[in-house]
Design a protein. Structure first.
Length: 97
């Protein structure tokens, strides 16, 4: 009877060891759940970015307003009859010195 109790006790400790420290332990499951949550957050950010880019592509394909806006902002182009005015902020240069 004592041998059976010892064997059952050892079996219990072996199973507990696997639960807490072995492959697929609670710590591993917890870490993987955190990794999944981080990946879901990153996926949401990327999906939002993709939606924004898709909307921009559709806008560029539809009309000239988006193309005109890009030409103004990125290339500094102006329409005929418009006057280009550039404002220079001196405060940044003074702070760096």
């Amino acid at each position: 009877m004592r041998n059976i109790a010892v064997i059952l006790g050892l079996l219990f400790f072996v199973l507990q060891y696997e639960l807490w420290f072995g492959e697929g332990s609670l710590a591993t499951v917890w870490r993987l759940q955190q990794d999944i949550e981080q990946q879901k957050t990153e996926n949401k950010k990327i999906a939002q970015r993709n939606q924004s880019l898709l909307a921009e592509v559709k806008d560029l394909k539809k009309g000239n307003a988006a193309i005109e806006e890009r030409a103004r902002n990125e290339l500094g182009m102006i329409k005929k009859g418009e006057t280009y005015i550039q404002v220079v902020d001196d405060t940044k240069e003074n702070k760096q010195e």
